[in-house]
Write a protein that binds this ligand. Structure first.
Ligand code: HEC
Ligand code: HEC
Length: 313
């Protein structure tokens, strides 16, 4: 079969390119950092479209990755360093600036970037940009995000080139990664899902991209879908990421839906400890802005997925 021939070729290249180091590169760092809570507000109070875009942008967690909070960078102007053992990626400027940002992008450019991981000039993005999750987003939601971003002040911050060594920096290698691991297409709710579970699943998989951190990755940096949300000791920035399936021993099976909502809104666990690291950030800059209804939908969805024991692999 044509695909498997290509697959073998890519595996070989990746192996020769440095085996498990390649994994890291592909799997690496999702947002971490610190800083002030972002004000999510619409430009005009009664511009409901923009308000919806602001809400979805918060859900998508765009601010945390695309703002260099640590160095006082302007919102969405990029330059945030994502450290990896291979070097550093810098997020691009996604403000309305026409030269450095996305001010001159068409709707199709934006949809292709978010949902196919391909730039307006046709190059492949690295999956450090969670387009493999955003591919599941509805077009109207993606375009609402674009409208919101374009409603904000343009910032002329220049993009910094990534500081990664070859061969990890070769974008064309992404061609192989995509064949192996990228599945393009809309979100499909589990069959028989209630409305709340379907909404929660959409939020989890398409927007808030929980799996980008909570699902372990295989040897080539693809998500191990058999262990969906079952946690990993080797998360972004080397963090341990817990199992959030309903397994009662190793997961969150004995948390109530209310416990999950409280965690996502305030960062507090049932034992009154606060979550740390990249989860605290995901809450501060994104999840805490979601409505109670959406947080409850996420909780209902997490309760509905198969329980997986963390001792399983
Ligand atoms: C986990 C970190 C992370 C998150 C979350 C994230 N991005 Fe990005 N984004 C990146 C990185 C890294 C790149 C650069 C990828 C590359 O160079 O291949 C990028 C690239 C982009 C680009 C391409 C810009 C260009 O100049 O080519 C757009 C547009 C974009 N992101 C929009 C968004 C939006 C909208 C959201 C929220 C829905 C978002 N990103 C969330 C890390 C992130
Ligand atoms: C950027 C990476 C990242 C993303 C995205 C992310 N998490 Fe987390 N999550 C973590 C890390 C790391 C921890 C562990 C924090 C700690 O130990 O204090 C964690 C902890 C948790 C916990 C606490 C579990 C326990 O047993 O203590 C829950 C529940 C949780 N996350 C749910 C979610 C949900 C639901 C989403 C999506 C809406 C999500 N997370 C998105 C990284 C992430």
């Amino acid at each position: 079969m044509r695909i498997s021939g290509q697959t073998g070729f890519i595996r070989c290249i990746l192996k020769r390119a440095g085996g498990e180091r390649a994994v890291f590169l592909l799997a690496f760092s999702l947002c971490a950092g610190g800083g002030l809570m972002q004000e999510v507000r619409a430009d005009t109070d009664n511009d409901q479209g923009t308000e919806r875009g602001a809400y979805l942008t918060a859900a998508g967690g765009c601010y945390g990755c695309h703002t260099d909070i640590k160095n006082g960078g302007k919102p969405y102007a990029g330059g945030r360093a994502l450290e990896t053992p291979f070097g550093t990626f810098y997020t691009p400027n996604i403000t309305a600036d026409r030269i450095n940002g996305i001010g001159s992008w068409t709707d199709n450019d934006f949809l292709r970037a978010l949902k196919q991981g391909i730039s307006p000039s046709g190059h492949y993005y690295f999956p450090a940009f969670p387009y493999p999750s955003y591919t599941k987003m509805k077009d109207e939601d993606a375009l609402a995000i674009k409208s919101y971003l374009l409603s904000l002040e343009p910032v002329a911050a220049e993009n910094k080139p990534h500081e990664i060594a070859a061969p990890f920096s070769w974008r064309w290698l992404q061609w192989g990664w995509r064949i192996l691991f990228f599945e393009e297409g809309p979100y499909q709710p589990p069959s028989g899902a209630s409305e709340a579970v379907a909404r929660g699943g959409y939020l989890v998989d398409a927007l808030t991209h929980c799996g980008e951190c909570h699902t372990p990755r295989n040897a080539l940096g693809g998500l191990d879908t058999d262990r969906y949300l079952a946690g990993t000791p080797n998360g972004p920035d080397g963090e341990r990421v817990p199992n959030i399936t309903p397994d009662s021993a190793s997961g969150i099976g004995d948390w109530s839906e209310g416990d999950i909502v409280t965690l996502l809104r305030e960062g507090m666990k049932p034992d009154f400890d606060n979550v740390q690291g990249s989860m605290a950030e995901a809450i501060e800059h994104g999840l805490s802005h979601l409505t109670d209804e959406d947080l409850a939908a996420i909780a209902a969805y997490l309760k509905s997925i198969p329980a997986i024991s963390a001792d399983g692999s």
